[in-house]
Design a protein around this ligand. Structure first.
Ligand SMILES: [Zn+2]
Length: 240
């Protein structure tokens, strides 16, 4: 019984979180960077229901003036709700703040990266500040591990960007740095390894199916996001 109540409460929290994250993602996603709360295509005021997870993909979510639909697809709503619920159920005590931060940053960074092939600096800066706050309960050791993680991932990220010649952008490098800070150097390096493996398999798949050539680039942010969320959740499930 208690488990059912907990699961329902976690799902409800996920819906609330998804709505808030959608507002951030929709605001950061447009190419023009228009004012928040306005249609990205025609500039008309958007009603609050535009940020209602799932429901906004129906007729209710479209702009009344021009009919433009949401900038961010339904995958975002589903992952935000289920991911938040999963983190709330798995994470205990100390790692909850960091786990939620890693998940939510991953979703917004992926949505914006897929939309305009860039990860905004202000998003990464806000996440870095939140990470510094979320690390507080874990004490000095977590800050030291975070500092090493920041340095290690920025360094390795720059190396990959240099070797990759444009396929892997500076936004990806800064995103990795923030994750190193939040997760510490051990889990930061595991994130990088997983992201490179996942992205590599994806690129290989594109090449084999001839949907891209070796010169094409793709958004790498979602692979970093996926790697970081898996590493954070496995860490929480293992109890550290
Ligand atoms: Zn419109």
């Amino acid at each position: 019984m208690q488990g059912v109540v907990l699961a329902v409460a976690s799902l409800a929290a996920g819906v609330v979180a998804a709505g808030a994250l959608l507002a951030v993602a929709e605001m950061l996603a447009p190419e023009q960077g228009g004012p928040p709360g306005r249609c990205r295509r025609c500039g008309a005021m958007l009603p609050a229901r535009t940020f209602a997870p799932i429901l906004r993909h129906g007729a209710a979510g479209a702009c009344k003036a021009c009919g433009a639909g949401p900038a961010v697809g339904p995958w975002f709503d589903v992952l935000a709700i289920l991911g938040t619920a999963l983190v709330l159920l798995l994470s205990r005590g100390r790692s909850l703040g960091i786990d939620l931060l890693v998940l939510w940053l991953g979703l917004v960074a992926s949505a914006v990266d897929l939309h305009r092939r860039a990860i905004p600096n202000r998003l990464l800066l806000a996440a870095a500040l939140l990470a510094l706050i979320a690390l507080a309960p874990s004490g000095l050791a977590a800050y030291l591990a975070g500092l090493y993680g920041l340095i290690a991932l920025l360094g390795l990220g720059l190396l990959i960007a240099w070797l990759g010649r444009g396929g892997f952008g500076l936004g990806d490098v800064k995103y990795l740095g923030v994750l190193g800070l939040a997760l510490g150097w051990r889990r930061g390096l595991a994130t990088l390894l997983l992201a490179v493996l996942l992205g590599g398999f994806y690129a290989l798949g594109l090449l084999v199916t001839r949907r891209a050539t070796a010169r094409d680039a793709f958004a790498f942010g979602p692979f970093i996001a996926l790697g970081s969320v898996v590493v954070a959740l496995l860490g929480s499930a293992a109890g550290h």
